[in-house]
Each structure stands twice: as structure tokens, then as C-alpha cells.
Write a protein that binds this ligand. Structure first.
Ligand code: UD1
Length: 309
């Protein structure tokens, strides 16, 4: 069925909308299920007849079942991405971040849809592996409701694989950045916050000394892997880290932004965030072995695209 769509939950959001663009460009039909809580219509090419938007919540089992009808695969990206929101209101975020996964699994089982891509997170490792390249076998230590829901979702997906033949392709994202990432909360991704402030000329706050490092991945590089995971015949059993195995400090990030814009607003320092991991970097050997990962977009280039330069 060439016109069977791929369902993207959270498809109007940051990563989901880039995946929608990539799948449409490759000739797939795409159906997006999104409650537009953080996702935006503007992120979607709604004039494309091969794209359909269903507005609603992944926590609504009946709606998920309806959205699944006739689909050939699923990318399950819908979640409340704010870790802080999960700390503040675990019951509400659990509906999206865990019950949503279960609803997707059940709808797939009932309708015989096999392939599902799942967006898990480096948060499942907690502080473990800090300062080393964190591999997938690093002991899990989910320290927040967000991380617990991601890890439990992974484990449920594996149950549905063993019991019902689902084909879950699970990815643990490290720090993804790029256009359309929402900068509006203090807990948004640091690159979206810093670039927004640099453009507006408002002061940038660095928590701690700015020597902490993260493994930043440009969203366009990630999406190339996600497309493969949906299209290829074989299934990688078990989770795959998505990172570059590259440590970039906040100071280096600021230098890159300053380089692109030709200057920076004032930088202020505040206390390091409680519970912040100092160095987070992925061992990405499994990713490189199992997927055709593109030559990574250099940070400066990704930042320039984000800034529209
Ligand atoms: C990510 C999550 C975070 C979660 C953590 C653990 C995102 C956007 N953040 O945090 O919610 O608790 O993984 O799994 O997914 N920073 C500043 N100034 C700012 C904003 C951030 O200095 O205005 C610093 C932070 O303190 C941190 C670094 O920048 O040291 C990166 O922050 P962030 O983008 O939130 O990513 P993680 O810390 O990896």
C-alpha cells in the first residue's frame, strides 16, 4: 500500500516536524497526531496533500486507535519534554510520557502495525557514566518522573516485541538542537535559549562555570537515522544512543554563537543547577555500526542554520 501513512505522534513538535518533512520528501504519506501543546501548525507543511494533522492527545486511547488506522509504521515522539514539568506534576506528565506509549502499543497490537520508533533519552542513565563515553549498557538510574516514564516505555515496548511481535526501534537522544526547538522555558534546551537571547541582545545566564559539556546533535542528522529505522527491513533490538561522542562546553557553544552573530550580549553566571550532570557524552559505537550516520553537521553550522544565517 504505497499510500499507507506513517503516524508521527508529536509530529508538530521540534523533532517530529523535521521527521515529517524528511518522510514527505522521501515520498511517504504522513499522519501527525499532536495536541499542539508545544507543537505548532506552522511547523507543518499543511498544504501538502500527503500530510494529515489529527489534533488530539496521545493519552486518549480511542483517538490513538483511530489515528493508527491504516498506518504502515509509527514514530512515537509525543511527550512532555520538560523534565521540570514531570517533577512538578508527575501525574499529568505520566499520561503523555507513559500512558501515551501504552496506547500506541495497544493500538499497534490490535491493528497489526509492527514498526515503531521511540524517542527515549539519555536521562535514563541519570548521573551514571559521567565523564566517560556513556554506552547503552551503562546502569540505568532514572532520577526524575520523566526519566522513569522513558525507561518504563522502553521496557513495555520490549514486552510488546517479545509477546506480540512489535518492532520497536528505540533511540536514546542526547542533546538535540536545531530550528523549531522551543526556547520559551528556562528548562528548554540550552542552545535554543542562548541563541534566542543572543538574537534579541538580552543577557545570557550560564549556570555554573560554563565548563560543563554536552554532546550536541543537529536535528537534521538525527532525522536521517530515524528515517532509516522506519524504512529498513531489519530491526535493532535494544536501545541505541544518538550522540556524536563529542564534548562541547558551554563556553565553546557561546564562542560559536558569537562567531556566527559577530558578538554576544552580556553573559552572567548563576549557581550551577542542582542535579546537573557535569559531562554528558554518548558512546555512539552502536549507532555508527548499525546505521548510516551522516557526517555530523558541525556545531557552528547548526547554530548558523538555527539563527537563519
Ligand atoms: C537535559 C534536560 C533536562 C534534564 C537533564 C537530565 C533538556 C532541554 N534538558 O538537561 O531537563 O534534567 O537532561 O537528563 O532536554 N544551562 C545554562 N543556562 C541556561 C540553560 C541551561 O547554563 O539558560 C546549562 C545547564 O545548567 C546545563 C547545560 O546548560 O549545564 C545544558 O542544559 P540543557 O540544555 O537543559 O541540557 P541537559 O543539562 O543535558
Amino acid at each position: 500500500m504505497p499510500d499507507s501513512p506513517i503516524l508521527i505522534t508529536g509530529g508538530a513538535g521540534f523533532i517530529g516536524s523535521h521527521l515529517a518533512d524528511a518522510l514527505l520528501a522521501r515520498g511517504h504519506a504522513v499522519r501527525v497526531l499532536d495536541n499542539l501543546s508545544t507543537g505548532k501548525r506552522d511547523n507543518l507543511a499543511l498544504d501538502n496533500p500527503r500530510l494529515e494533522l489529527i489534533e488530539g492527545d496521545v493519552a486518549d486511547a480511542a483517538l490513538v486507535a483511530r489515528a493508527m488506522a491504516g498506518c504502515k509504521g509509527v514514530a512515537h515522539l509525543a511527550a512532555v519534554a520538560s523534565v521540570q514539568a514531570s517533577v512538578d506534576d508527575p501525574v499529568a506528565t505520566h499520561q503523555s510520557n507513559f500512558i501515551g506509549t501504552l496506547n500506541v502499543c495497544e493500538a499497534m497490537r490490535q491493528q497489526g502495525v509492527k514498526r515503531v520508533l521511540f524517542a527515549s533519552s539519555a536521562a535514563v542513565y541519570g548521573q551514571n557514566g559521567e565523564g566517560r563515553a556513556i554506552d547503552e549498557d551503562t546502569p540505568k538510574s532514572p532520577l526524575t518522573p520523566y526519566a522513569v516514564d522513558k525507561l518504563a516505555s522502553e521496557q513495555y515496548l520490549d514486552f510488546y516485541r517479545r509477546q506480540h511481535g512489535l518492532e520497536p526501534a528505540v533511540f536514546r537522544f542526547f542533546n538535540i538542537f536545531g530550528p523549531r526547538q522551543d526556547p520559551s522555558s528556562p528548562y528548554s534546551g540550552v542552545i535554543s535559549i542562548f541563541t534566542e537571547r543572543a538574537l534579541a541582545g538580552t543577557p545570557i545566564t550560564v549556570f555554573g562555570d560554563g565548563e560543563q559539556t554536552r554532546d550536541f546533535v543537529y536535528v537534521g542528522d538525527l532525522v536521517q537515522v530515524l528515517v532509516q529505522a522506519l524504512e529498513q527491513d531489519w530491526l535493532e533490538v535494544g536501545a541505541v544512543n544518538v550522540g556524536l561522542n563529542q564534548a562541547t562546553s558551554l563556553k565553546e557553544l557561546l564562542a560559536a554563537i558569537g562567531d556566527v552573530l559577530g558578538g554576544l550580549p552580556p553573559i552572567t553566571h548563576a549557581e550551577a543547577r542542582a542535579g546537573d550532570i557535569r559531562h554528558s557524552r554518548a558512546n555512539n559505537a552502536r549507532l555508527l555500526l548499525r546505521y548510516d550516520f551522516p557526517k555530523p553537521t558541525p556545531l557552528r553550522e547548526g547554530v548558523a542554520r538555527l539563527l537563519g544565517r
